[in-house]
Design a protein around this ligand. Structure first.
Ligand code: GLU
Length: 284
């Protein structure tokens, strides 16, 4: 019998504030899945320089340590790996799978409102493909004029180049990958030359994550991530999506739920054990 593969999981918070109960659940879930013999990593997803603050990183680690979590050092920062994200972007660009998109948010909204054929995904209208249809000369002119642009994935072309894909969620089972549900996603934003989707896929591969755990609100993103892994020739992990923690009125927890931040719960006298129990993790 072969020895069971040891698992590598990660908790990947964005340092845009302190952690709340929902983050605690995600972190405990990832650590539990790594198991006693696995590797549990923390990665600061700090590519959005406008929203992330270094001072939150210390607070996040303090909260996680207080909860009783132990992780592998060093804690990595996504912003330290922007050149690798850039290389992945260049790979896709060289394969002619990307196009520059000059649209503003307002232009996209207007275009969607005016068109009765705008593509829709499960989460609402998709990018209508305006800049995919630009002529080469118009594109070159706008680039030469210095207009700012994002890089979007040409989804139809990417799907033409790949066989039908599947991915495996340990709870939901084998999934037919349907990245087209997300349309021509932005892979490098106008302001930061990468995106959540691109960086997360590159970093999970670099850190040899074997099991990607994340909230079920990101289930759709995993369809796209499987496609990006194939296009970038990266190894295939498995996934496990977990429930989200809701407040009394059924709303997802967010930064505005200040009373449910771990810092405030601690100040109010809650113990790490009581938090773990409340979230269904009585054992560490
Ligand atoms: N930084 C992302 C978040 O906080 C991580 C999600 C993921 O696991 O990919 O939602």
């Amino acid at each position: 019998m072969s020895a069971p593969m040891s698992e590598t999981t990660r908790f990947a918070p964005s340092p845009t504030g302190r952690l709340h109960l929902g983050h605690a659940h995600a972190a405990l879930f990832a650590a539990e899945q790594a198991g006693p013999d696995g590797r549990f990593l923390i990665r600061m997803e700090d590519i959005d320089r406008g929203r992330c603050r270094p001072e939150f990183e210390g607070g996040i680690l303090e909260d996680l340590g207080w909860l009783g979590l132990v992780w592998e050092e060093p804690v990595e920062r996504q912003s330290a790996h922007l050149s690798e994200h850039g290389r992945a972007l260049e790979t896709l660009r060289a394969k002619e799978l990307l196009y520059p998109c000059f649209c503003t948010r307002r232009e996209i909204t207007t275009e969607i409102a005016q068109s009765d054929r705008a593509p829709h995904g499960p989460e609402g209208p998709l990018y209508p493909g305006t800049c995919r249809r630009l002529s080469r000369s118009e594109r070159d002119e706008r680039l030469a004029a210095g207009e700012s642009y994002a890089w979007r994935l040409d989804m139809a072309e990417a799907l033409r180049r790949t066989p039908p894909l599947t991915w495996f969620d340990r709870a939901a089972g084998r999934q037919q990958a349907q990245p087209d549900l997300l349309g021509d996603v932005v892979l490098a934003r106008k302001d930061i030359a990468t995106s959540y989707h691109l960086s997360v896929v590159v970093d999970d591969a670099r850190q040899e994550v074997t099991l990607v755990t994340r909230g079920e609100d990101l289930f759709m993103a995993s369809h796209l991530h499987r496609l990006l892994q194939v296009l970038l020739d990266l190894p295939e992990p498995e996934w496990l999506h977990h429930r989200l923690i809701l407040d009394e009125s059924g709303q997802r927890l967010a930064k505005r739920h200040d009373a449910l931040s771990l810092q405030n719960l601690r100040i109010a006298g809650h113990s790490p054990e009581s938090i773990r129990q409340r979230l269904g993790f009585s054992m560490l």
